[in-house]
Design a binder for this molecule. Structure first.
Ligand code: ATP
Ligand code: MG
Length: 224
């Protein structure tokens, strides 16, 4: 069943009179439960596509249908709601709040959803269990290793129970062993049925995905 349907999507950035064609007529479908890796040189449009898939940005041209819903015509508030309900982001730089411990970082998006403390606790604990960090829940980000910080970031994403996890270079700031650990978590989540789209520069990482999409100059050069 199709989850993400992108048809003839283009995205331009205009800066100082120059137009940069970040995405040039991209068409792509991703099914429920897929694990897709996106590769390509720096500046080829990978993060731009990820931002569109994640409803952080909208295309200039073309159509994007997410889980049966046309995204292009939506207003900012509606996009925010879809992001909140369906999308989980994981970034290279973890993006944890330094003044909150692991538990509180995972809890934060649930507070934004208006859940009570009682509703939040089992979800936070379940997410921390999924990344094997219950015993580190009182540690601040500065008191965790890089890999552990990324696992907290993944737990924060999981707590919201997103249909899709979008990861932009999630292992980029980690050594290769720690990267493998993080990758194994994504593989496990995918086995449990989550759809995962992961940007990477590392072919060894991409090979773990079930499908690799290759970008070049804002276009798809290969879908294998
Ligand atoms: N907000 C922006 N304003 C102007 N130009 C942008 C903006 N974001 C991206 N670009 C340009 O769009 C093109 C695609 O950028 P994008 O971030 O999607 O590349 P990428 O494939 O993710 O690269 P990297 O591997 O370095 O992260 C680049 O030429 C970039 O300079
Ligand atoms: Mg990028």
């Amino acid at each position: 069943m199709t989850l993400i349907q992108i048809e003839h999507v283009s995205k331009n950035y205009v800066m100082g009179g120059e137009t940069i064609r970040a995405l040039d007529d991209i068409s792509l479908e991703i099914d429920h439960g897929e694990f897709v890796a996106i590769m390509g040189p720096s500046g080829s449009g990978k993060s731009t596509l990820m931002n569109i898939i994640g409803c952080l940005d909208i295309a200039d041209y073309g159509d994007y249908v997410l889980d049966g819903k046309a995204i292009n015509q939506l207003k900012d508030a509606q996009l925010a709601e879809i992001r909140n309900q369906k999308i989980g982001f994981v970034f290279q730089s973890f993006n944890l709040l330094p003044g909150l411990n692991a538990y509180q970082n995972v809890e934060l998006p649930l507070i934004y959803r208006g859940m009570s403390k009682k509703e939040r606790e089992p979800l936070v604990m379940k997410a921390l269990e999924a990344v094997e960090l219950v015993d580190r829940r009182r540690h601040l980000p500065s008191e965790l290793s890089g890999g552990q910080q990324q696992r907290v970031a993944i737990a924060r994403t999981l707590a919201g129970d997103p249909a899709i996890i979008l990861a932009d270079e999630p292992t980029g700031a980690l050594d290769s062993n720690t990267g493998v650990e993080i990758l194994n978590i994504f593989k496990r989540l995918n086995k449990q049925g989550r759809t995962i789209v992961l940007i990477t520069h590392d072919l060894a990482v991409a090979r773990e995905a079930k499908r690799i999409i290759q970008f070049r100059d804002g276009r798809l050069s290969e879908v294998g």
